[in-house]
Ligand binder design. Sequence first.
Ligand SMILES: [Fe+2]
Length: 214
Amino acid sequence: MDFDNLQQATIDALVRLAESREKSTGDHVERTASLCELLTELIRENGLHKDEVDQDYVSKMCLVSPLHDIGKVGIPDEILLKPGKLTDDEFEIMKTHVDIGLKALTGLHDVLPEDDVLNMGMEVIKYHHERWDGTGYPHGLKETEIPLPGRIMALVDVYEALRSERVYKKAYSHECSCKIIFNDKGSHFDPQLVDLFIDRHEDFAAVYDMKKIC
Ligand SMILES: [Fe+2]
């Protein structure tokens, strides 16, 4: 097995382990990867973040995006699977999935500090709950202080979650999900990414419905 295959297999194993805790996620992993691939490809096609985003970057985002929630493996069942709104205290515990996920990869990072894929995976985990207006967690970073993988992941994660049925919510339609994301342009999400998403929203619906695997 070469290094790339080992990397893919390791990511798959970590993601499957975390996914096994949440019964409702189903095709969540494949969808997340494909939706991330689409949004990152649109950034590339439109010449945004030219110094950073090339074809290799698109492939890496697709590969690492399913890692974003691996830390949920450390969240107790009564919170992770609660069929209703979390209390403030429960939400504080839920927020720790970011640190739990990062800690899971720290040992690997110590061995491979220069590995691009691992570093991007850690950024996706660390920043996917930051918000453009600085009200997110765990760091409260604002706008471009948030590394791009975190901004991409934030939008894709919310779109996928809105469209999907979860223990605490019904699935929203594509149209309703688009409205929610558009309303959060510049508050939750990077406005440039929302523009790309809205402009090609039918493609996101198609990817979600087809469960395309990259
Ligand atoms: Fe998360």
